[in-house]
Design a protein. Structure first.
Length: 144
């Protein structure tokens, strides 16, 4: 099974002060050790993790820089993790998806993830309920 991770999954997996941490972390560790599973993550999810985990308005104290980078580095070096990359056409597809599903404003990143998941055949691992607007998108929420 191929899973594409939303940034909230990466964030919950690392930030142990969050109530979702144990459940999401357990699922991610189990999935990454499953030989039949691959975990994909896009650059925007990694950058979102670094932005949010280091934000003093979200976490007090924020995750120390060296710890955040060490987590990302270790995660990306895992044998079952791959980077999901885009093409120039991807952004045209995202714009069309946004229009079709009324994913404007703050949902632009969600549209990006949805199009990546659909294009790769991945199951989108997320705790975000906004994706339920797209009935043909395969979604997995480890909290449910």
């Amino acid at each position: 099974m191929l899973y594409l991770l939303d940034s909230n999954i990466v964030l919950y997996a690392k930030m142990d002060a969050m109530p979702e941490h144990q459940t999401v972390s357990r699922w991610l560790v189990k999935t990454m050790s499953d030989k039949g599973s691959t975990v994909a993550v896009c650059e925007t999810s990694i950058l979102s993790f670094l932005r949010i985990a280091r934000n003093v308005k979200v976490f007090n104290p924020p995750l120390p820089f060296d710890e955040a980078v060490a987590f990302v580095t270790s995660f990306l070096k895992h044998r079952s993790v791959q980077i999901s990359r885009t093409s120039p056409e991807h952004y045209i597809d995202v714009a069309e998806f946004m229009k079709k599903h009324d994913f404007g404003g703050n949902l632009a990143m969600d549209a990006h993830l949805a199009v990546l998941a659909l294009g790769s055949g991945a199951v989108l691992a997320t705790c975000d309920k906004d994706f339920k607007k797209v009935p043909y998108l395969k979604i997995f929420n480890p909290l449910i």
